[in-house]
Design a protein around this ligand. Structure first.
Ligand code: ADE
Length: 519
C-alpha cells in the first residue's frame, strides 16, 4: 500500500522537475547563430572577413557600401539594423541618396562579397534605417521569421506548463482512484453495486420505515417473486465511521441473539459523491416499539413478554461471554437505548437495534470510543446531563439501565389494565414536551429528580405495581443503585409467570426476586 501509493507521487515530482527544466531552458537559452561577412581589409581591424554574432532580437546582416560610379567599396562588414534583402546583396535604389554611394545588405555568410545595383522603378517600401529612413510597414521574410520565433519562445513555456498540469492532474486522478479502490478492498463485506433507487442485483428499496441519526432505514425486497424483505439502513458517506462501528459490533463473534437485530451484511453502493453505505438486517414489519406503541395498546402478557425479551437482549449485550477463560463476546454498552431503537418481532418479542454508538469493553483493553457522541437527550441519565460520568464499563452499563427504565415505562403506559389507557407519549413529554433542551432535561431530571409518572390505577394492579417498582429501580438517581439487566429480566420473568391478569382477582404465587444489582 505504502509502496504503490508513493509511486505516482514520485512520478509527479519527476514530471514537475523535467517540466521546470524545460521552462527554464525555453526562457533562457535563446538561439545564437554566427554570420560571417566580408569586411574591408585594414578597416576596424578587419583581416578580410568578420564573424558577426547573431542575437535573436538584434539580427545581424552583412552589408556593402560602394561608389556607384567607380564601384569602389567604401565600407563592408556586419550590419545590425533592419535589412530587407535576404540572400543577395542588392541595392534597389533608383537614385542614390548619399551622393554616389550605394548600399546593400543581406543575411547569408559572405553574401556581401558580391553586390549589385538593380534599381527598382516602383516606390520602394524599404529603406536602410541607419541612414535616417522610416521603418517599413510590411514585415519582410526575415522579420516574420523573427516574430514567429519570438512567439514560439513565449508560447512554448505556456504550452509546456499546461501540458505538465494536465498530466499531473491525470496522474493524481488515477492515483486517487487506485488508492480508493485499495481502501475499499480493506473494507469487510464489500460489494460494489449501482446506487439505490434502482433495481440492484438482489435488493430493491421500497419505502422508508424510519429516519434516524444516521440516514434512513428502508424496507427492501430481496426478490420480486418471493416477497422476502430485509431492512437497509442507508448511511450517508460522511457517517462512514458510524457505519463501520455498527458493522464492527454486529461482526463480533457470538453476537447472534434472538433479542438483538439480526445482521445480514454491509455494503458500499454507488460511486463518488453519490456513494452510500448500507447495513442490511432482518426486517420486522411491526417496526420499532415506539412505532407499535403509538398505534397499539398491549395486554399484560404482551407487555411482560416484550419487557422480558428487551431485558434478555440487554443482559446478553452487557455480559462478557467467556470461552476457556478468554472473552469471546465482550461486554457492550448500547449508549442510545430507547424505544425507537428496539424492534418488535412478529412473535411479540423485541430485538435491540442501532449499535452506531455502542462501545465494547474487551478484557485488558481500553474501550475505543472514537465516536465522541452521546445518546438521545430525552433518555439521558442524570449523570450524563450533569456531565459527571466516569468512563468505566459499569458506568456505561448503568446509563443503559436508566434508559431501559424509561422504555419499560413506555410499555406500561400502553398496557390495558382496569383503567383507561392514555394516548402514547414519550417519556417526559408530559413534563417538557416534544423538543426539550438540554437545560430543560437538566432541570427536570437532575435538579427536580422527576421521572415520568405512574397512573394511580397502575399501582392498584399487583403485577403492574411490581413492574413499576422494577422501573423505579432502573432509573434510580444513584447509578450504583440501579438494577442490572439480568436482574430486570429475572424479575419480569417471574412476574409474567406468576401474575395472572385474566383472572378477576390478581394473585402472586411467588415472592419477587430480591433487589440485587450485579453492576
Ligand atoms: N426500522 C428500523 N429498523 C428496522 C427493521 N430492521 N425492520 C423494520 N423496521 C425498522
Amino acid at each position: 500500500m505504502t509502496m504503490s501509493s508513493s509511486k505516482p507521487i514520485k512520478l509527479i515530482i519527476v514530471i514537475f522537475f523535467l517540466g521546470t527544466l524545460l521552462l527554464i531552458n525555453a526562457n533562457t537559452v535563446k538561439p545564437k547563430r554566427t554570420l560571417s561577412c566580408q569586411c574591408l581589409k585594414g578597416k576596424e581591424g578587419c583581416t578580410g572577413s568578420k564573424v558577426c554574432e547573431h542575437k535573436e532580437l538584434e539580427p545581424e546582416h552583412c552589408f556593402t557600401l560602394w561608389n556607384q560610379t567607380s564601384g569602389k567599396i567604401s565600407l563592408q562588414g556586419c550590419w545590425t539594423n533592419k535589412c530587407t534583402n535576404t540572400d543577395h546583396c542588392i541595392s534597389r535604389e533608383v537614385q542614390p541618396k548619399n551622393g554616389h554611394l550605394l548600399f546593400c545588405c543581406c543575411s547569408k555568410d559572405y553574401c556581401n562579397s558580391n553586390f549589385t545595383h538593380i534599381p527598382d522603378p516602383r516606390p520602394s517600401p524599404t529603406v536602410f534605417v541607419g541612414y535616417g529612413e522610416t521603418e517599413p510597414d510590411v514585415l519582410p521574410g526575415r522579420q516574420k521569421d523573427t516574430l514567429i520565433l519570438t512567439m514560439m519562445y513565449s508560447l512554448l513555456p505556456l504550452a509546456a506548463l499546461t501540458l505538465i498540469l494536465v498530466v499531473a492532474y491525470w496522474i493524481c486522478r488515477r492515483h486517487k482512484i487506485t488508492t480508493y479502490q485499495m481502501d475499499l478492498k480493506q473494507e469487510p463485506l464489500l460489494i460494489h453495486s449501482p446506487p439505490p433507487g434502482s433495481e440492484t442485483t438482489h435488493l430493491k428499496l421500497i419505502e422508508i420505515k424510519a429516519r434516524g441519526r444516521f440516514g434512513a432505514v428502508w424496507k427492501a425486497e430481496t426478490s420480486a417473486t418471493s416477497n422476502e424483505y430485509v431492512a437497509v439502513k442507508v448511511f450517508p458517506l460522511q457517517d462512514k465511521l458510524s457505519w463501520q462501528l455498527e458493522q464492527e459490533i454486529y461482526s463480533i463473534p457470538h453476537m447472534d441473539h434472538p433479542n438483538l437485530l439480526h445482521f445480514i451484511s454491509s455494503e458500499m453502493r454507488g460511486e463518488g459523491l453519490n456513494q452510500e453505505l448500507w447495513l442490511i438486517t432482518e426486517f420486522h414489519p411491526h417496526g420499532s416499539i415506539y412505532d407499535y406503541l403509538k398505534a397499539n395498546t398491549l395486554s399484560w402478557s404482551e407487555m411482560c413478554k416484550i419487557a422480558e425479551s428487551i431485558a434478555h437482549g440487554l443482559t446478553f449485550l452487557h455480559e462478557d461471554i467467556l470461552v476457556a477463560g478468554s472473552a469471546c463476546k465482550p461486554s457492550i454498552a448500547h449508549r442510545d437505548f430507547k424505544s425507537k431503537n428496539i424492534l418488535l418481532k412478529n412473535d411479540m418479542t423485541a430485538c435491540i437495534a442501532d449499535f452506531g454508538l455502542a462501545i465494547k469493553f474487551e478484557l485488558g483493553k481500553n474501550p475505543c470510543d472514537s465516536q465522541n457522541q452521546v445518546g438521545t437527550r430525552r433518555y439521558m441519565a442524570p449523570e450524563i446531563l450533569e456531565g459527571a460520568v466516569s468512563f468505566h464499563r459499569d458506568a456505561f452499563l448503568r446509563i443503559d439501565m436508566y434508559s431501559c427504565g424509561l422504555v419499560l415505562w413506555e410499555l406500561a403506559s400502553r398496557c390495558k389494565l382496569d383503567g383507561p389507557v392514555d394516548e402514547y407519549m414519550l417519556p417526559f413529554e408530559e413534563e417538557i414536551g416534544l423538543a426539550p433542551s438540554l437545560e430543560d432535561m437538566q432541570e427536570v431530571v437532575v435538579e427536580k429528580k422527576m421521572r415520568p409518572v405512574f397512573r394511580e390505577h397502575w399501582l392498584k394492579h399487583q403485577g403492574m405495581e411490581s413492574f413499576c417498582e422494577t422501573i423505579e429501580e432502573c432509573w434510580d438517581h444513584e447509578a450504583e443503585a440501579r438494577l442490572s439487566a439480568g436482574c430486570v429480566e429475572a424479575r419480569i420473568g417471574q412476574l409474567s409467570r406468576t401474575v395472572n391478569i385474566s383472572s378477576p382477582v390478581t394473585f402472586i404465587v411467588e415472592e419477587l426476586p430480591p433487589k440485587e444489582s450485579s453492576l
